[in-house]
Design a protein around this ligand. Structure first.
Ligand code: PEP
Length: 255
């Protein structure tokens, strides 16, 4: 089945709102309108930039999507510093990253919290980009498939098949994130295919065929084409390379 690829730029904690506007303008105007019929492109700025990005995208009717890098598992209330799915939806967000390895590592987020965040996102019609991926020692021990499919199953726990249709999965080996050490296409395909097989087993072929499984980890214009040529890789979650308009648009054009 043909799935429309998604290239999502995770800006992490970079760029203020003025820099964000400049980058979105450069990206949007470098990609021809017809490109967006074939590939979805989204930017995932820090919370402080989202309103500015939304205003620009809406005002100029840009075909870019946007989203956030995290959300609260709660809808509202006494959760100082948190941002809810309802707030993100109101800002026109389509996507939200959940369970990024940097949050698992620096904020000690475990599968249970990740699952609550996935549910919160879906409740407000945001597509959670659920990140899974193994540390280097796990790969070296040969447990990477069991580890990543385990994270997938835990992250989607309790969801109905219909809800799973609205999710995006990102395979991001931790050893490849921000290291310049990209997974080989064969390695990416092995895990992405295993993730899809786990989706088939739990939710059926039709749902699994619809869910986009992205690869993330040191993706650049020089390696994107070989990665998206894999049967089960439906695009990329891009960190560092999404901060450079020229490199990001070149990467998008090759996806
Ligand atoms: C990421 O942060 O999701 C990521 C994949 O980063 P990078 O592309 O810089 O490895």
């Amino acid at each position: 089945m043909a799935r429309k690829p998604l290239i999502a730029g995770n800006w992490k904690m970079n760029l203020n709102h003025l820099e964000a506007i400049a980058l979105v303008q450069k990206i949007a105007f470098s990609l021809p309108e017809k490109y967006f019929a074939k590939v979805d492109v989204a930017v995932l700025p820090p919370f402080t930039d989202i309103r500015s990005v939304q205003t620009l995208i809406d005002g100029d009717k840009l075909l870019l999507g946007h989203g956030a890098q995290d959300l609260s598992p709660h809808d509202s209330g006494a959760y100082t510093g948190d941002v809810s799915a309802a707030m993100l939806a109101k800002l026109g967000c389509r996507y939200v990253v959940v369970g990024h390895s940097e949050r698992r590592q620096h904020h000690e987020e475990g599968d249970e919290l990740v699952n609550k965040k996935v549910r919160a996102a879906l409740k407000h019609e945001l597509a959670p980009i659920l990140c899974v991926g193994e540390q280097l020692d796990v790969r070296e021990s040969g447990e990477h498939i069991a580890h990543t499919t385990g994270q997938l199953v835990a992250g989607l726990k309790g969801l109905k098949a219909e809800q799973v249709r609205g999710t995006v999965i990102a395979y991001e080996p931790v050893w490849a994130i921000g290291t310049g050490r990209v997974a080989t296409p064969a390695d990416a395909e092995e895990v992405c295919a295993a993730l899809r097989a786990a989706l088939v087993e739990k939710y059926g072929q039709e749902v699994a065929d619809e869910v986009r499984v992205l690869y993330g980890g040191s993706v650049k214009s020089g390696n994107i084409a070989d990665l998206v040529a894999c049967d089960n890789v439906d695009g990329a979650l891009v960190g560092g390379a999404s901060l450079d308009a020229e490199e990001f648009t070149k990467l998008c054009a090759l996806a």
